[in-house]
Design a protein. Structure first.
Length: 298
């Protein structure tokens, strides 16, 4: 079992670097990543992959399902500049009589309660909170880097954790909670309870550009206008309900955003997510730049 999974990972690493496709381990996601890099005049010059089996579940006498996690480290070269992108894949393999017969990445977005649209009733402003807000972008990015592949025990953890993680980053940057205990009001997490805007991608997408006090954002037209600590929202299916959120933590050699995220834990990932298993040609984005009470983006 372990030997077969190791061989499968070796095939994926080889495909990343050389483009050589093994019939057993060939991955369309890797091809999309390579194509995206080619369009940016970039390439993966080295890739490391480390897998850990998390669960073995016998299904029948002949069939076993194996859950495992892979930590990929992509060393990317672009216009003589090197940077490291990291990604965690949660995968499910199926073995029949000890032979690997199926393997796929687990997509947790079907668990996301963003499919329930809380946005029309969302109350973005709380009148009693008029404290001035200054956004410390450096602290937000430092938090994003510290916790990109871990969970801060001070906060509740979710199976679909992307927006919870982004809210924590914004809070680390100085954004103050408001609206407790009304889940449809403001932006907050307290006492193991939370507002929709704190944890639901579609609600945060509506909250940030409509908020008038405290934490708020201005929508910009293109990703190159974003600064470190800004937010990108993703509607993978293009149906109007946004189901993923990332934070800008770096730039590539062409000045385009690199982002960190949870759910699909990743750091310094190219903003467009063309290599994601959740990606569809109908994807839509919202580019949200955080503003503060000094009247300028910092």
């Amino acid at each position: 079992m372990r030997q077969q999974l190791s061989k499968w990972l070796e095939g994926r690493v080889q495909q990343c670097v050389s483009g050589e496709r093994n019939p057993i381990s060939s991955c369309e996601k890797i091809e999309r990543k390579r194509n995206s890099l080619n369009r940016r005049s970039a390439e993966m010059i080295k890739v490391n992959a480390k897998g850990t089996i998390t669960k073995v579940e016998p299904v029948t006498g002949d069939v076993e399902k194996v859950s495992y996690q892979v930590h990929f480290r992509y060393f990317i070269k672009q216009n003589k500049r090197l940077y490291l992108e990291e990604e965690i894949e949660n995968r499910l393999a199926e073995f029949y009589k000890g032979d690997l017969v199926h393997d796929e990445e687990f997509n947790p977005f079907h668990l996301n309660d963003s499919k329930v649209d809380h946005s029309p009733n969302l109350e973005v402003d709380v009148r009693e909170d008029r404290k001035l807000f200054h956004y410390d972008r450096l602290k937000a990015v430092q938090y994003a880097e510290r916790w990109w592949n871990d969970f801060n025990p001070a906060y509740k953890k979710f199976d679909v954790d992307c927006t919870n993680y982004i809210s924590q980053c914004l809070h680390a940057g100085g954004a103050q909670m408001r609206g407790y205990p009304n889940r449809s009001s403001g932006w907050w997490m307290q006492n193991q309870n939370w507002s929709y805007s704190w944890t639901v991608a579609n609600s945060l997408r509506w909250f940030l550009p409509n908020s008038k006090v405290g934490l708020r954002a201005q929508e910009v037209s293109s990703p190159d206008q974003l600064l470190l600590g800004d937010v990108i929202c993703y509607d993978f299916e293009g149906d109007g309900r946004f189901n993923h959120t990332t934070i800008v933590t770096g730039r590539d050699a062409e000045g385009m955003p690199l982002v960190n995220a949870h759910t699909f834990n990743s750091r310094m990932r190219y903003w467009a997510y063309e290599d994601s298993t959740a990606y569809t040609p109908n994807i839509k984005y919202k580019f949200l730049s955080i503003v503060d009470d000094k009247g300028a983006k910092k």
